[in-house]
Design a protein around this ligand. Structure first.
Ligand code: HEC
Ligand code: HEC
Length: 496
């Protein structure tokens, strides 16, 4: 029996959804009434034409992002490091963990894992901390691994991660299982760190990810030059109202020249990738050790292929759809198959029109970009949020629902018809509940949003597009198509 608490707290509380989702004991209470718009902490110029690469938005609002030199790596070594290395260096002592959990079921294990990690679920890693204590930590797959159609897929964004409850509270519970002082001290590192990030991690809906806010909080508490942790923080903290983000699939990265929805990740990608899991990396020597193998991790990420569509495809209809796609969509999303191309376009917010909360959002404020520039990361990488969104590759799009950067639209049918998008919707969070006709999640449209739902457990399953950051407008490029053309495009997308 896997009770949630410990598995939820190891890195940042991504309890895997699914199951009966009985989450943690602590009910959230505090998330009510947060629809007021928090505004940018940074100056207004944030979304202006920041120096760096952009040479001013062209008239059509489409800015190609150029490729930059990257460090080479070995994908096999990268897979091994991703699943065994200690890039997250604080966690729960094994002594406490093993009192609550037995071996993970086969379906949640991955090959190629060393020692105790072999018996853990894919999203956790066992390692020996500097203190000599054996700990269990979360790895990148906490967010970047997920189930689709009942199968674990490495690199799929976890669309069932539950950040609606506080992440840290139950960490203390593990302390009750420990007697050894060194082990208790080791656990305390995690408890303290989670306490610092916890106020910035609470999302309104299961599946929404707070990673961008967490990064800002971690930056704010560290000296950029030494990575020493400071409590209280050295910089202003971001807004506590999290702008929701849908974790993107890793197979996009083999095509994308900039990381992140707002095209912020420039320069050396491996360096920026390691920055996303430095919960407890508190000195530069440790950062250098991690950096030494991150080009391998990146090489592995670039080797990931989108999983093939698991159901039948109507080839003739798909062929018609390809023609429509080429005429209407390929200019932004690229072409697929034998003549593959991907234009790497950043689409200005005025053109794309999807929710603009990430434009100048507090967690992308100038102070954090400046921190990044002065830091170890800034030696090789740059963090340059742009006033628009990257048009993503559409490989494996069947598996990456919900859609848009904020996951506000449950199906591709909705992406292609802005009038057909539900204002309030809920789903089962069972990865088998796929809708092959509309392509995406089976879901139920509701007549009320989160404010109209008294039961907390139901409320957190409602995607409420009237909440700040959750808007489902924009991307009207499919609106002019006929119903038949849309169905054909959907059929074609299944083949990518
Ligand atoms: C707490 C959840 C979480 C963890 C842990 C996490 N990520 Fe992410 N990651 C995200 C989210 C959310 C995004 C999208 C952020 C955005 O674009 O604004 C992202 C974006 C990325 C991207 C860019 C994808 C793209 O298409 O632009 C890469 C690459 C990536 N993460 C790699 C990693 C690696 C490697 C690790 C482990 C060292 C990691 N992440 C750990 C949540 C997480
Ligand atoms: C002007 C450029 C542009 C055109 C034309 C365009 N798109 Fe997009 N598309 C985007 C951008 C930018 C996003 C990301 C928006 C966001 O995340 O807020 C996007 C997102 C999407 C997504 C969601 C991907 C995901 O996983 O979240 C799908 C599906 C999609 N587009 C399909 C299409 C199809 C099909 C067409 C043609 C009918 C089309 N697009 C035309 C720019 C474009």
């Amino acid at each position: 029996m896997r009770r949630a608490p410990l598995s939820c707290l190891v890195l940042l509380a991504a309890c895997g959804g699914g199951g009966d989702g009985s989450a943690t004991g602590s009910s959230t209470g505090g998330s009510g009434g947060s629809s007021g718009a928090p505004t940018s902490g940074g100056g207004g110029s944030e979304s202006g034409s920041e120096g760096g690469t952009s040479t001013g938005a062209p008239d059509d609002g489409l800015t190609p992002i150029p490729a930059e030199p990257q460090r080479d790596g070995d994908p096999e070594k990268g897979y091994h490091a991703l699943l065994n290395a200690g890039y997250v260096s604080c966690g729960i002592p094994w002594t406490a963990y093993s009192q609550v959990f037995g071996d993970a079921p086969e379906a949640l294990r991955l090959p190629g894992r060393d020692g105790k990690s072999a018996s853990l679920p894919y999203y956790q890693t066992a390692l020996v901390a500097k203190s000599g204590v054996e700990i269990v930590t979360a790895n990148c797959l906490q967010c970047h691994g997920g189930e689709i159609n009942g199968q674990v897929v490495v690199g799929l964004g976890n669309a069932a991660a539950d950040y609606t409850s506080p992440v840290g509270g139950s960490a203390q519970l593990a302390g009750l299982l420990l007697t050894d002082e060194t082990e208790k001290a080791e656990l305390q590192r995690l408890v303290d760190r989670l306490a610092a990030v916890e106020p910035y991690t609470q999302t309104l809906t299961i599946g929404s990810n707070p990673a961008d806010s967490v990064a800002a909080v971690l930056f704010a508490h560290r000296d950029p030059k030494t990575f020493q942790w400071y409590d209280p923080p050295l910089l202003a903290l971001p807004s506590k109202v999290v702008a929701p983000v849908d974790t993107p699939p890793w197979w996009w990265m083999k095509k994308k020249n900039a990381m992140f929805y707002v095209g912020a990740g420039r320069g050396d990608h491996a360096r920026t990738m390691m920055a996303t899991a430095t919960l407890c990396t508190d000195d530069i020597a440790e950062a250098r050790e991690i950096d030494a193998y991150f080009p391998d991790v990146r090489a592995y990420i670039l080797s990931i292929e989108a999983p093939p569509y698991p159901f039948a495809v109507d080839a003739a209809l798909a062929k018609q759809g390809e023609a429509v796609f080429t005429a209407t969509c390929a200019g932004c999303h690229g072409t697929y198959g034998a003549q593959e191309s991907y234009p790497n376009l950043l689409v200005d917010i005025s053109v794309i029109g999807t929710d603009d909360a990430l434009m100048g959002a507090a967690q992308f404020a100038d102070i954090y970009a400046q921190w990044f520039a002065e830091s170890f990361y800034g030696e090789l990488a740059r963090y340059e949020p742009q006033p628009g969104y990257m048009a993503p590759p559409l490989d494996g799009v069947w598996a990456s629902a919900p859609y848009f950067h904020n996951g506000s639209v449950p199906t591709v049918a909705g992406v292609l018809d802005s009038g057909a998008r539900p204002t309030y919707w809920t789903r089962s969070f069972d990865s088998k509940d796929l809708d092959p006709a509309a392509l995406g999640w089976k879901h139920t449209a509701l007549d009320h949003g989160q404010d109209g739902e008294p039961v907390a457990d139901e409320r957190r399953k409602i995607y409420d597009t009237t909440q700040w950051g959750h808007g489902n407008g924009g991307h009207v490029f499919g609106d002019g198509l006929s119903a038949g053309e849309r169905a054909a495009v959907i059929e074609y997308l299944k083949t990518l």
